[in-house]
Design a protein around this ligand. Structure first.
Ligand code: AMP
Ligand code: FE
Ligand code: FE
Ligand code: ZN
Length: 315
């Protein structure tokens, strides 16, 4: 059995509703999914209910854009309490920042003689957590660009003329926030951010896992990050980062996380909530405390052995 723990919906920059995501996951015979919309957990209730009906396991989550000494990284917050007041207040702040940034990007476009209107972008986004892809889609819909890719290349990419830097929470603050909301912090698509040398620092900050399987990770990359996860005793996650039709072809179903990693994630969440509790198999937990982190070995490692599926946790 397999899982996809990185999925976006129309509550951020994906195009599918939570129900559509779950229906497609069921078509691909997945056993578990997580919604990882940017800066929101709004789709989680509908996804949980759809998963319940379809017989899939659901892990609530969100993807936070963070900053580490000027570099951007994304943290996936798995298993958080979606009613946690401090987390919800933080997500609300991040959403305000996103909405303000849309206004600033549109103002820059207007200065570039592209007469796009803010309200057009907000109407198209139709969510509280809008992002650059929505501006890109509005530019295409208005006939200003022929594709979202072109919109990013001409206007929206970092240091392009309509790009506006975004306030981001620091990685350390994000990890602490995720932990207070009773979730686990996982570094998303590490290969995209080229932050391998900082992984030991993130582990020191309390990082819980590494997204080893991802659409943009080839077999060698997956093996490389599995080895790093094993070296630092980190949880292993993975997913397609599917945005529906937003990036051309939906990627749901193309990345399959072996189910034992979901069991380990659930076991760790249960352990955090009920330390030493009776409901979990102790062999599944991570060894604590973490050994003093050392920089990961250079190059591509050999594929780490996945935990034996005989370690079964009741769920
Ligand atoms: P934002 O959160 O507003 O900074 O936007 C980031 C989002 O834009 C992420 O979901 C990226 O996957 C997406 N993105 C980055 N480059 C492109 C591109 N060339 N075409 C479509 N989406 C992109
Ligand atoms: Fe996105
Ligand atoms: Fe991301
Ligand atoms: Zn994502």
């Amino acid at each position: 059995m397999f899982a996809d723990l990185h999925l976006h919906t129309c509550y951020s920059d994906g195009t599918y509703t939570p129900e559509e995501v779950v229906a497609r996951a069921a078509e691909h015979s997945l056993g578990a999914v997580a919604l990882t919309d940017h800066d929101t957990v709004q789709g989680c209730a509908a996804a949980a209910s759809a998963c319940g009906q379809a017989g899939l396991e659901f892990v609530p989550a969100t993807e936070l854009s963070c900053e580490l000494d000027g570099a951007e990284l994304h943290l996936l917050a798995y298993g958080i309490d979606t009613t946690h007041a401090e987390m919800l207040a933080a997500l609300d702040r991040f959403q305000q920042v996103r909405q303000h940034r849309i206004r600033e990007m549109v103002a820059r476009l207007n200065q570039l003689d592209v007469p796009l209107e803010t309200e057009t972008v907000f109407a198209l986004a139709n969510c509280r957590s809008p992002g650059r892809p929505h501006v890109g889609r509005a530019l295409v819909a208005g006939g200003f660009c022929s594709s979202v890719d072109e919109a990013f290349e001409r206007f929206l990419k970092r240091h392009r003329p309509a790009w506006v830097p975004k306030f981001k929470i620091t990685a350390a603050d994000a990890i602490e926030l995720i932990h207070r909301a009773r979730g686990l912090a996982v570094l998303a698509h590490p290969a995209l951010n080229r932050l391998d040398p900082r992984i030991p620092d993130l582990v020191e900050m309390g990082l819980d896992g590494l997204e080893c399987y991802h659409t943009k990770h080839n077999t060698g990359t997956v093996a490389h990050y599995l080895a790093i996860a094993r070296q630092f005793d980190l949880l292993v996650t993975g997913g397609s980062d599917c945005h529906g039709m937003a990036k051309g072809k939906p990627t749901l179903g193309t990345v399959k996380l072996p189910y034992e990693h979901v069991l380990r994630l659930k076991s760790e969440l249960a352990e955090r909530r009920d330390p030493g509790g009776t409901t979990r198999a102790s062999t599944l937990g991570r060894q604590a405390p973490n050994p003093k982190p050392q920089p990961p070995a250079a190059g591509v490692g050999t594929e780490a052995a996945v935990p034996p599926s005989a370690f079964h946790v009741p769920h």
